[in-house]
Design a protein around this ligand. Structure first.
Ligand SMILES: [Zn+2]
Length: 409
C-alpha cells in the first residue's frame, strides 16, 4: 500500500509540480559526479606522467650506468614517482577539477532543474494528456435498482472499468503527461456506509497507472456532498489532495476548481470566498506571467453549461450567475478550454473561443455513450480532444489516432 499512498500524495498540489521529479540529478549529485570525474582524470594523468618521466630517466641512466643497473634504478624511481605524484597531483587535481566541474555542471544542469515547476513553465512542444470523469464506484448498481441515494452496495463493474481505463492509458505512446479525473470518484456521499471501501477500491484500481503518469483529482458533488461543509471538504482533501489548485505542464497552466462551491457554497462561505480570491489571483497572474502560458486549461466537475451558455439552471450545470461570471473571467484571461464531467454523457459547446468540454463517465452511462476517456492533444495553436471508448483505447490503432491529433493544427 506504500506505493499507492506515495502516488496519491504526489498528486497533491504542493508536490504535484514535481512532474519531472526523480528524472533530474540534484545539485549535490552534480558535485559528486564532478568529484568522481576529477578523481579519474587525476588517476590517468598520474599514470601517464609516471610512465613518461620513467622513460626519460631510463635513456639517460642506461647511458651512464649500463642497462641492468639502469633498469633497476628506473623501476625504483618510477615507483617513488608514482607514489609522489599520486599523492600530490591527484589531490591537487581532484580539488581543482571537482571545484570547476561542479561549478560548470551546476550551471548547465542544476539551474533549470532546481525548481521543477519552473521547468514546466517552458513550452517544449506538443504533448497529450487524459481527461476522464465519474468512475463513481457504486452508481451502476444503484442506478439499476432505482435507488441512487441508498443503493450502491456493489461496485465490481466500476473497478473493472477503471482498471481497463488504466491499462489502455498505460499503452499510449507518446505517454500522456498526466491523467485528470474530473470528479465523482465514488458514489457514496461523505460519512455514508460504503464511502471508505469505495475510496479504498478506487485507489487500488488506479494504483496500476504507470508511475510516469501523475494523477490529478478533481472533487465532485458525490465526493463533497451536494451542499459541501468545511468538514466534507476537509475529508476530501485528506483522501485525495487539495480541492482547488494550479499546476504547470509543458508551458500550459492548469487550474483545478471545486465547482461545488459555485453550485451551492452556502455552508462553506469562507472556502467559497477563499477559492474566489485565489482564482482571481491565478487569472490575473497568468496574463502577466513570463513566459506567457501557451494555454490555460480549467478542470472542474460540474460543467458551466451542458449544451448552451444560456440554458436554464438545472442539476447538471452551474447556476446562471456563477456561470456567466466564470465565463466572462475565463474569456478575459484567455482560457482555451474548461473540462468537466458530471453529465455521464458527452456534450458541451464553444463560445467566443472558450471550449466547454463535457466528458462522459468511466463508470455509469446515463445516455448512449460508451464507457470511456478523453484524449487531449495540446499543440502550440490548439487543444484538440476526442472521446475514446475503453475498448478503442485498448486497441493498437489508438496510437496512430493520437499521433494524428498531435500533428493537427
Ligand atoms: Zn456529479
Amino acid at each position: 500500500m506504500a506505493d499507492t499512498e506515495e502516488m496519491f500524495l504526489r498528486a497533491k498540489h504542493r508536490t504535484f509540480s514535481g512532474l519531472t521529479e526523480g528524472s533530474c540529478p540534484s545539485t549535490r549529485s552534480c558535485g559528486a559526479t564532478a568529484e568522481r570525474l576529477a578523481e579519474r582524470l587525476a588517476e590517468r594523468l598520474t599514470e601517464w606522467l609516471t610512465e613518461w618521466l620513467a622513460e626519460q630517466q631510463a635513456e639517460r641512466l642506461t647511458e651512464r650506468l649500463g642497462e641492468r643497473q639502469a633498469e633497476q634504478l628506473t623501476e625504483w624511481l618510477a615507483e617513488r614517482l608514482a607514489e609522489w605524484l599520486a599523492e600530490r597531483l591527484a589531490e591537487w587535481l581532484t580539488e581543482r577539477l571537482a571545484e570547476r566541474l561542479a561549478e560548470w555542471l551546476t550551471e548547465r544542469l542544476a539551474e533549470p532543474l532546481r525548481d521543477p515547476e519552473e521547468a514546466e513553465r517552458q513550452w517544449t512542444g506538443p504533448f497529450c494528456f487524459i481527461q476522464a470523469a465519474d468512475p463513481q464506484l457504486g452508481l451502476m448498481k444503484a442506478w439499476r435498482i432505482g435507488d441512487a441515494v441508498g443503493g450502491g452496495d456493489e461496485w465490481e463493474e466500476e473497478v473493472a472499468l477503471t482498471k481497463q481505463a488504466v491499462a489502455g492509458v498505460n499503452q499510449l505512446r507518446p505517454r500522456p503527461r498526466f491523467m485528470v479525473l474530473c470528479g465523482d470518484l465514488v458514489h457514496a456521499m461523505p460519512g455514508t456506509e460504503f464511502r471508505e471501501a469505495q475510496e479504498r477500491d478506487l485507489k487500488e484500481a488506479l494504483s496500476g497507472t504507470d508511475p510516469s503518469i501523475p494523477l490529478v483529482f478533481v472533487s465532485g458533488n458525490h465526493d463533497l456532498d451536494q451542499v459541501p461543509t468545511p468538514s466534507t471538504v476537509e475529508q476530501y482533501c485528506r483522501a485525495w489532495g487539495d480541492d482547488y489548485f494550479s499546476f504547470w505542464v509543458g508551458g500550459v497552466l492548469c487550474l483545478v476548481l471545486n465547482s461545488q462551491l459555485y453550485f451551492n457554497g452556502s455552508a462553506c462561505p469562507q472556502q467559497k470566498e477563499a477559492q474566489e480570491a485565489w482564482l482571481e489571483a491565478q487569472l490575473s497572474r497568468a496574463s502577466s506571467a513570463e513566459p506567457k502560458p501557451k494555454h490555460i486549461l480549467v478542470f472542474q466537475h460540474i460543467p458551466l453549461y451542458v449544451k448552451s451558455p444560456d440554458e436554464q439552471d438545472e442539476y447538471f450545470n452551474l447556476p446562471q450567475e456563477a456561470r456567466q461570471s466564470l465565463m466572462e473571467r475565463f474569456k478575459r484571461a484567455g482560457v482555451t478550454a474548461v473540462f468537466s464531467g458530471h453529465y455521464h454523457r458527452n456534450a458541451g459547446g464553444c463560445q467566443d473561443g472558450l471550449d466547454m468540454v463535457v466528458t462522459s463517465a468511466i463508470g455509469c452511462q446515463l445516455g448512449d455513450d460508451t464507457h470511456g476517456v478523453r484524449l487531449v492533444a495540446v499543440t502550440a495553436d490548439a487543444v484538440v480532444h476526442r472521446y475514446f471508448s475503453l475498448e478503442q483505447l485498448g486497441q493498437r490503432g489508438v496510437n496512430e489516432e493520437l499521433r494524428k491529433m498531435l500533428q493537427a493544427c
